[in-house]
Design a protein around this ligand. Structure first.
Ligand SMILES: C[S@@+](CC[C@H](N)C(=O)[O-])C[C@H]1O[C@@H](n2cnc3c(N)ncnc32)[C@H](O)[C@@H]1O
Length: 246
């Protein structure tokens, strides 16, 4: 069973309002690719972000979870949805904008996989196209190891999320963290059904990410979630790159 199979039916309710993420993407497109007409999201999940972009753009999403894509097909019927791995797909077409958001890149367990995805992005971007993505930094992931588990009620259900150190990254680069997500679905007054997911995330130093992109993309902008300084100790970091001509 691939990751997110048990999470899919609860994902949108747990993640809540995504309008801030959507506004941020709109803003980057307005500044760096204002005439964009097409957008590809890598790791589109339930289509929560695509749903906020589909009114203005022709949108395509790639994801390897059939369960997440089934939700996306219902919530964004106009999107083209493709069941594939983001490191090894070929759509035979190019897009004005490619995005990969909400720590999806961290889900790739080795630097080789990150590099393979960057190559797929380059193949699928129009000349001078915009590549926008975010990452959880190594510092943020380590801070999550130290903090307590996070618990929240949503609807009638309850979720507990905990992040612990995982084993070393497959390639020896970066650090793996393991997110354990436990969803207690209320099925009667005092009865709950447990849905558990264990999702690994790789933290990669920002300098390594920049090096991996340097040959094929030009950096437009880096930003931190709350507008603070960008470093390996920041929270979520956003990157905007422009595709360089080969
Ligand atoms: C944290 S969710 C983000 C979903 C969506 N981008 C959002 O903002 O709500 C990560 C998604 O990436 C997908 N994913 C992880 N690794 C993948 C891979 N190698 N190929 C394709 N999809 C992948 C998962 O199935 C999941 O739907």
């Amino acid at each position: 069973m691939t990751h997110y199979a048990r999470f899919a039916g609860f994902y949108d309710q747990i993640m809540g309002d995504r309008s801030a993420d959507i506004e941020r993407i709109r803003d980057y497109i307005k500044r760096y690719r204002p005439a964009a007409s097409s957008l590809l999201e890598l790791g589109c999940g339930t289509g929560a972000v695509l749903a906020g972009l589909v009114a203005d753009l022709s949108v395509t999403g790639v994801d390897r979870s059939e369960e997440m894509l089934a939700v996306a097909a219902r919530s964004v019927p106009a999107a083209r949805l493709v069941h594939a791995d983001v490191t090894s797909f070929s759509l035979g077409t190019r897009f004005d904008v490619v995005i990969c958001v909400f720590d999806t890149l961290n889900h790739l367990p080795s630097l080789e996989a990150w590099r393979a995805m960057f190559e797929r992005v380059h193949e699928h971007l129009a000349d001078d196209g915009l590549f926008f993505f975010d990452v959880n930094t190594t510092g943020r992931l380590r801070r999550l190891w130290q903090g307590p588990a996070f618990a929240a009620d949503f609807g009638q259900n309850t979720m507990i999320m905990d992040v612990l150190p995982g084993v070393r990254g497959e390639s020896g680069v970066g650090e793996l963290s393991m997110w354990t997500v436990r969803i207690f679905e209320r099925i009667a007054d005092d009865m709950f059904r447990l849905h558990q997911e264990r999702i690994p995330e790789l933290g990669v130093p920002l300098a390594t990410i920049r090096d991996a992109l340097a040959a094929s993309f030009d950096l437009l902008e880096e930003a931190e979630l709350d507008g603070g300084p960008v470093s390996d100790e920041s929270g979520r970091v956003f990157f905007a790159y422009r595709r360089r001509q080969p």
